[in-house]
Design a protein. Structure first.
Lengths: 321, 380
């Protein structure tokens, strides 16, 4: 038992050690990033709902769950983190998984939910602040020499590990569009391009299926089958050894005792053995033989779980009929 | 009078007769055929009766826009169908399967796990064939999983990879599962010699309760770490098994393998059947899917039997495996194991292979869930 527990624990620890690098992330405002910023618009920049061209800040939800950014703040001033509030009671502030949204930096937050109360300028830094008004969730510095109509953006280096790199040389701004080309292609499309006949996927998949089940085989063999075989071998070895009297079945036990008595009588020269055996038989048959009681009452715990004390089903009150 | 005639005309337009097309009638006939086969032949009646009746429900011609069809947002059928579309039902069925499956046969002879792996070749054989026939990789993956011979897994994967083909894939998977005795027997006889069919395997050892409890934990950790995308299926399967084997959650296990799995099976069968509306189902693609599904079963059975023969080359006399249990790697539990038993007893009435065949059979369930996870991670 102990051995199995130790083996199991070691296995679990090994797995945890091997894969300990995988992080679990909660789905909250910390999953938001500032994915792209345009400080100064030009004649090619997009027009807002009022017909004006403004700078803008694009936010991206990196998580696989919806994040509510209502109550967070946007600012370009490190000393004033609560410069422009994102309204709380607007359903549109819930950003879906892997989605982007745009805030216009018109300088007038009263124009709507998606308008920030400041204007951007090259050289400044944009901050996204959590709804506690203190924690900076993400920031992006705008290069001082960024020309009008150009944006600075973050492109994914590794989407799974959520690493992003600032790319100041974006040729064309891409508001409301996922940065980088990785997201534009589905896995199936990539597979169709890279493995048109399906051989690679087949070989890899068959290998993985076999490996997974072979590992299971190995584990069960080492945890269960091998110890069971050893135990069986030991038992078989034990069978060949001379049996103890107490291990023998009832019928054989009587024969063994009779043989032992006969041998003892053969060896006995002065009748002491006969006397001892006669006394023992007399006591046994007349039921005069009795253990000396210790007068100590012992209650051994029951090992089974099926007792009225342990089984909630028995201890709970039945539903009234 | 005119008002009455107009009303009657309007009523007529809403009736099934006015909206009926021949495709609807064909699908209704197929549905009736499913029910008939299920009742008369008792082929997978728990699945084919709900699917068959679902087909009839889904193909009643109706005036669109009344918010009653399975594809109309917010309708009752549509709400029930979400369990299929979003993939809630298959993991719940796996919970029930875990709670009703005894893995003792597998634990006592772990080497039989590999037969379960070999039979998954049916999935990838069908995948390659589907690609050759011009299906996209995601569609090919969803079609390939028919070879896993596991209805919930097929529904789970096709709902993620190719929702449009799900009806045809699910119906194909369940149909061939019902036909396992017909498909597998000739292949088994073709690939084995008389001498091989008479191989007697040593009786499996008795498995302790402790081993049965440790099995789902180790099994889950191993497979889920290797293929996390199979988590919903693997997690529920092993969790259900832990409920069964722990000995302290008897009520939960009974619910999982009883009322819960019954409710979900009813709903999954009915809604999958209802989703096979004529315009989506009666296509050339469906015919191809049925053909590929059959081939996947053939490949899976062939690979399972051949793998045992190959395995035997490395085993000592007295430890050899009867190749008639190779087909049981196809995870149609317990039908394929039953086929091993029946075919085995045809040649030696005293040679019972059922317990041995249950090992690869339940390993096939794990293997097909792992394969589904791999396909999902590559193509999802």
């Amino acid at each position: 038992m102990k051995r199995t527990i130790i083996r199991t624990t070691v296995f679990i620890l090994l797995l945890a050690g091997c894969f300990g690098g995988t992080l679990l992330r909660s789905q909250n405002v910390s999953d938001l990033i500032i994915s792209e910023v345009l400080a100064l618009p030009d004649s090619t920049s997009i027009v807002d709902g009022y017909g004006n061209r403004n700078g803008w800040i694009e936010l991206y939800n990196t998580s696989t769950g919806t994040v509510n950014m209502g109550g967070c703040y946007l600012t370009d001033d490190r000393n004033d983190l609560q410069k422009s509030l994102i309204p709380k009671n607007d359903l549109r502030t819930k950003l879906g998984p892997r989605q982007v949204t745009l805030f216009y930096t018109s300088g007038n937050a009263h124009q709507g939910t998606f308008y920030a109360g400041f204007k951007l300028r090259p050289g400044s830094t944009v901050y996204l602040v959590s709804n506690d008004g203190r924690t900076i969730v993400d920031s992006l510095q705008i290069p001082a020499n960024l020309p009008a109509g150009k944006s600075v953006s973050k492109v994914p280096v590794d989407r799974k590990a959520l690493r992003w790199e600032v790319d100041p040389g974006v040729e064309f701004p891409s508001p409301m569009v996922l940065n980088g080309s990785v997201g534009a292609e589905t896995n199936a499309q990539r597979m169709a391009k890279n493995d048109p006949h399906g051989f690679i996927l087949t070989i890899v998949s068959v290998t993985v299926v076999f490996s997974a089940l072979a590992i299971l085989w190995f584990l069960f063999w080492i945890l269960f089958e091998r110890p069971a075989k050893r135990k069986k071998k030991a038992e078989e070895a034990g069978k060949n050894a001379p049996a103890k009297l107490s291990d023998l079945p009832k019928g054989e036990k009587g024969q063994e005792i009779a043989a032992a008595i006969a041998m003892a009588l053969d060896l006995d020269g002065n009748g002491d053995t006969v006397a001892a055996i006669s006394m023992a038989l007399h006591l046994y048959l007349s039921e005069a033989l009795h253990d000396n009681e210790s007068y100590v009452i012992t209650i051994n715990p029951k090992t089974t779980s099926d007792t009225p004390w342990k089984n909630p089903a028995r201890s709970f009150r039945r539903l009234p009929r | 009078m005119e008002h009455i005639i107009n009303s009657l005309e309007q009523f007529w337009q809403y009736t099934g007769f006015a909206n009926c097309e021949w495709q609807n009638l064909v699908m209704i006939l197929i549905g009736i055929g499913f029910i008939t086969v299920a009742i008369l032949k008792e082929w997978e009646p728990l699945l084919l009766v709900p699917i068959g009746f679902g087909m009839i429900i889904g193909n009643i011609p109706m005036f669109p826009g009344l918010n009653i069809g399975v594809y109309e947002d917010g309708s009752v059928l549509n709400i029930l169908y979400q369990g299929v579309k979003q993939g809630w039902y298959p993991p719940l069925i796996f919970l029930g399967i875990g709670a009703m499956t005894d893995f003792s046969a597998l634990i006592s002879q772990p080497r039989l796990i590999l037969i379960g792996a070999a039979a998954q070749m049916g999935i990838f054989g069908a995948y390659l064939l589907a690609i050759t026939f011009g299906f996209l990789p995601n569609e090919a993956g969803a079609i390939g999983i028919i070879g896993g011979a596991d209805g919930p897994t097929a529904i789970f994967l096709s709902s993620k990879l190719a929702p449009d083909l799900m009806g045809a894939i699910a119906v194909s998977a369940y149909s061939y599962m019902a036909l396992v005795p017909v498909i597998q027997r000739p292949i088994m006889l073709l690939l084995t010699t008389k001498k091989e069919r008479l191989i007697r395997m040593p009786a499996p050892r008795v498995v302790s309760q402790r081993e049965k409890i440790i099995f789902p934990i180790i099994g889950f950790l191993t497979t889920a770490f290797i293929v996390p995308s199979g988590l919903p299926l693997l997690g529920m399967l092993f969790f259900g098994n832990l409920l069964k084997e722990s000995g302290v959650t008897r009520r939960l296990a009974e619910t999982a393998r009883g009322p819960l799995v019954d409710v979900v099976t009813t709903l999954i069968g009915l809604t999958v059947g209802a989703s096979t509306q004529a315009d989506k189902f009666l296509t050339g693609k469906s015919v191809l899917i049925f053909g590929l599904g059959l081939l996947s079963f053939v490949i899976a059975t062939t690979c399972g039997v051949l793998f045992v023969k190959l395995f035997n080359l490395f085993l000592k006399e007295g430890h050899k495996i009867n190749p008639l249990i190779g087909n049981a790697g196809v995870s149609a539990v317990p039908d394929s194991a039953r086929v091993s038993e029946v075919v085995g007893r045809e040649f030696d009435p005293s040679n019972h292979l059922l317990m041995h065949a249950m090992g690869p059979n339940v390993a096939g369930v794990i293997g097909s869930a792992v394969a589904a996870g791999i396909l999902l991670s590559f193509l999802g």
